[in-house]
Design a protein around this ligand. Sequence first.
Ligand code: NAD
Ligand code: TYD
Length: 354
Amino acid sequence: MKTIVITGGAGFIGSHVVRLFVTKYPEFRIINLDKLTYAGNLANLTDIEDAPNYTFVKGDITDASFLEGMFAEIQPDGIIHLAAESHVDRSITDPLSFVMTNVVGTANLLNAAKNHWKDSETAFEGKRFYHVSTDEVYGSLHNPEDFFLETTAYDPQSPYSASKAASDHFVRAYGNTYKMPVVLSNCSNNYGPNHFPEKLIPLLIHNIQLNKPLPVYGKGENIRDWLYVVDHARAIDTIFHNGTLGETYNIGGFNEWKNIDLVHLLCSIMDRKLGREEGTSAKLITYVTDRAGHDLRYAIDASKIMNELGWEPSLQFEEGLEKTVDWFLANHEWLDNVTSGNYQSYYQGMYANR
Ligand code: NAD
Ligand code: TYD
């Protein structure tokens, strides 16, 4: 039985990756290692929490001695690393927590894996360290014909993207220096169920329901490339199993949207779903002060993963947005609880002594 540690498995993307691995690979032991910050919720995983091949471990990747002890105990064969601070706006107000978790945490994890694996009988054979990263490390595109390729030079512009870029460099450095079996991916903006409502799409859905203003930064002209979260989880599965060691794969759906166009599309879907007159939600749009250093455009060229590994997105954007809205409307309780912090106190209490 293989043991796979998924870090950040209680977060938005991590919970979809945990669900996919727990259900698709009953022969794997899946360990979800998560600190349960404000962004991590075990309520994202209630449907699989009793599965015999699933275990949750509450822990902090910035704690090197905890990681050494945990790896000695559970003997992981693979690590899929998603734990991170992930919100650009928070990185502007509190950059150092991004350095701690994203840079120091990733270096700790690499080091613990290296020390544990190199001392084992089989060393690095059959092992794999998979680092999940973002397209934001490439910076901002200005020429409409340009796309981010795996070979695009790093040019991070926010404390978040700088911390992710640094973590990517550490992963490649461990691959090069210690011959660790590493693989990386850089994905575009995700959306879907369980998305924490500080990010654009769930924030809009939440505010439309409450008839609250819809804050659009600047003129709403920034462009993002959106991918349904389950398609990202499928890509991670593909790369973990079939990706070439030492390689990087860009993940995206060739699906660019100007923020203001996306806001209008979502308003119109919400009007229809809530039985409101078309145009009602759009009246809530409020232009606000732009984000500091706001990247203009992200756009991924995902040809490599499509051509070499045969992955492609399963959903068109409109279909994915409909599914996302349906999920949020059917899961009021989840949204109320994450916004009030109720899940945090419930689960923090449950795992306080572990
Ligand atoms: P998220 O903020 O929803 O979840 C992060 C998870 O990490 C949470 O469960 C949190 O509790 C956990 N965590 C944070 N600090 C920790 C620590 N010190 N120790 C252990 N656990 C800790 O993030 P997400 O949106 O699901 O992103 C997951 C990963 O994917 C991140 O590495 C992010 O950079 C990357 N990514 C995200 C997107 C996106 O659109 N959200 C796109 C591309 C890549
Ligand atoms: P976000 O979901 O924070 O993702 P990222 O910054 O990682 O791309 O933001 C997506 C886009 O939406 C980005 O251009 C910033 C913009 N935005 C708003 O206009 N208003 C908001 O309230 C938020 C959270 C984001």
